[in-house]
Design a protein around this ligand. Sequence first.
Ligand code: ADP
Length: 422
Amino acid sequence: MAIHLGCIADDFTGATDLANTLVKQGMRAVQMIGVPDATIDVCDAEAVVVALKSRTIPADEAVGMSLKALAWLRQNDAQQIFFKYCSTFDSTYEGNIGPVGDALLQALGADVTVVCPAFPAAGRSVFNGYLFVGDQLLSDSSMKDHPLTPMRDSSLIRLLEAQSTHRAGLVAHDVVERGAGAIAERMRALHEDGHRYAVVDAIADDNLVAIGEACDGLALVTGGSGVAMGLPANFRRHGALGAARAARLPSAKGGRAVLAGSCSVATRGQLAHVSSRWPSFRLDPLKMAEGLDVADEARSWAKTAGEELPVVIFSSDSPSAISEIQDRLGRAEAGAMVERTFGRIAEGLVREGVRQLIVAGGETSGAVVEALGIQALEIGTEIDPGVPWTTTLGSPNLALALKSGNFGAEDFFSKAFAMLDG
Ligand code: ADP
């Protein structure tokens, strides 16, 4: 069976969020960890999301990786390609959304594509081409202090044009309100006027559905997971989808752990929520920098921390504490060092019998999944908007929740494990 929608996501939690959106719209979705090798069987998947870890790597590497993913998806007959990035447009000064978008446009011979990171359910909306997080502009939100991708501008047109060789124009909210036909017409007009990117306003799910419909037949769609909400309906209208399957909860049983490398406000609130109830261990990056084996220390602690309750291991800290370590080591180096430590801790925990694992942080999730050698995930029941439980396919068999830093309610961790008790 051919894949209908082939997706390339620039980080792991983003990929899960996207696959989750497609599953909720009745599409059978499988998430691949990294560019799949030729032998992987996608069975009856109608959408495949290839999860890359390409958000903050050098732009040329991100482009190369994304083109490899594209080649695999096209070999498997993907009819439409979706390039997924974060709903807060997380990018470095060099990219990587623009360079990857440009390369995909060229490889697919596509005229024009949409740019829409909006995800109103999680408070991300686009209006007049500006990205908002809740009631704040992106550049006023906590994203201005992100450890790897500080966002200091909120204009999507400016951000994209700085990263791309093409021009970007606006499909404003009044056009979006007029529906799919009006959006498609405005996109055609933008293309005729020399634009290859159409930044589309969206402040409500209805807008995303209309944008999705306007994308019917486009070779390339780009955006956050929200804009994928409207895509399955196009395939359904064309009679291409099978009967929808209900999402399932994972069945893996064993120890429980939370690994949090996200320093986002939401994750820090979620950690505070459980800190007085569950055994918690703080990873100290300064000790890592001194060459101490912090991973080993954390693994030994986890062994004695009690069988009954989930163990929580976190490096999350305030922006000022993060700046201090970044000033000493460099931004990317500090992040990579902490991520490596989480990878080693995850290996140890799984060896000791942890089978139900929550990871907070996109980059952190990428590092953990890589260290555990996980190749593919079946997307299960949603915990909070954008974050489902998943079951790993193959070995090790785990219940895994990969949470993008800013996602989830304050009680996310306890709610997630309580779902598995049922
Ligand atoms: P989010 O989803 O919130 O963006 P990520 O895991 O993607 O979270 O990014 C957080 C980054 O910050 C990771 O690279 C992580 O290793 C790094 N990090 C975590 N804790 C610290 C810390 N205490 N000091 C410096 N960097 C840290």
